[in-house]
Design a binder for this molecule. Sequence first.
Ligand code: 6PG
Length: 476
Amino acid sequence: PTAEIGLTGLAVMGSNLARNIARHGHTIAVHNRSTEKMTRLLEEHGDDGDFVGSESLEDFVASIRQPRAIIIMVKAGEATDAVIDDLVPLLDEGDIVVDGGNAHFADTLRRQEALEKKGLHFVGMGVSGGEEGALHGPSIMVGGSEHAYATLGPVVEDIAAQVDGTSCATHVGPDGAGHFVKMVHNGIEYADMQLIAEAYDVLRNVLGKEPAELAEVFREWNEGDLDSFLIEMTADVLAHTDAATGRPFVDVVVDAAEQKGTGRWTVQSALDLGVPVTGIAEATFARSVSGHVEQREAARAVFSQTSDTPGVDDEAGFVEDVRAALYAAKVVAYAQGFDQIVEGSNQHGWDVSPGDLATIWRGGCIIRAKFLDRIREAYEAEPDLTTLMTQEYFSRALKEGEAGWRRVVVAATQAGIPVPAFASSLSYFDALRRDRLPAALIQALRDNFGAHTYARTDREGSFHTLWAGDRSEVDA
Ligand code: 6PG
């Protein structure tokens, strides 16, 4: 056997990852269920490096040096289980099966348990960066054992994006940790995109600007704190004209956002963990709302459009308000996402380092941004940070952005422009900083109708009021 590593599943992500590995001088065995994709890869890109192509899974496995590391790049779900079932009988003790798809971390835990019983290692590996990233350097979040990482690590660190000489790949933690953090990465990606979309919508409809003009605004923003892949791409998309109609491209795309599931999983997991990820949740629900075409049509027929768009005297000032709102809401969304990672890690005993994650997300992945460096620094200065929002750099951004953020939410609300992520992140910020919350009333109501008890502000203990009786208080 000559190959250092193997990869099966040669759709675009898989073949680009294989080419990236080959280009870095690692001999790679490649296989695909239908041979055609494998032969095409070798024909078109065989010059990228040393590939060992096999038609059968048996020959593929036999061509890899032991302990074998085999990356599976197929659609998450049943397809992954099918490939694992075919592979396992061909493997030897100590071999490492790596799932590079967007798997649910619970599936990863299940698969790891099953393979461990057979003396095999299973690694759930989150790969971000889309097709281009896979080819030129993705961000790679590796789960599984230290032992497996000893074999796999050198290759993935080599092929990942590099920022300031540091690889954007790391061993995040054991078993499902890699896929868990990839899931939250995608949740943050949803929130980030929703915030960008709201900023665009407000600017366009309050200021009456054309997409091409707004492309310039985003381009400028990309020069400052907001500097990120998604902002840069937004400028690119807004500047694009549809060839068939000559209209702004964004106007010919159907306004119903789809999802493959990772955002939804993030919210489901956050509910289980008890972590309020309001930004990610609103972003996920906003996609659902956009897809409810019949309800939207019915509502449009009954309710007229709001025409109470506020006049804006200081256009540059309003643009700056929207920028500040976007940045402040982004701080909230990322702080919430990192809260979820910390809580998930605590509950599963994964010992994930949030600072290490911020480090590998600086390059390669979809949410890559200058901002991640600030998060890295924050966790470096204070590894047990309670919330990113109170750390000096971010608290300053929130304080400086607060007034503009409120103005934008007010203007959007008045104009009838939905800004669920801007508004809910502002509410979250207000909830955290508020002296007293109306949760006290909720506790009182719960005690009244269900004797659910409450705590008092003035002394320790758990209490119940005899609401139906003489209203005296008893220790619960
Ligand atoms: C990445 C992306 C990638 C993919 C998402 C899109 O990190 O490279 O997140 O994983 O683009 O799955 O998700 P939706 O289809 O759910 O928007």
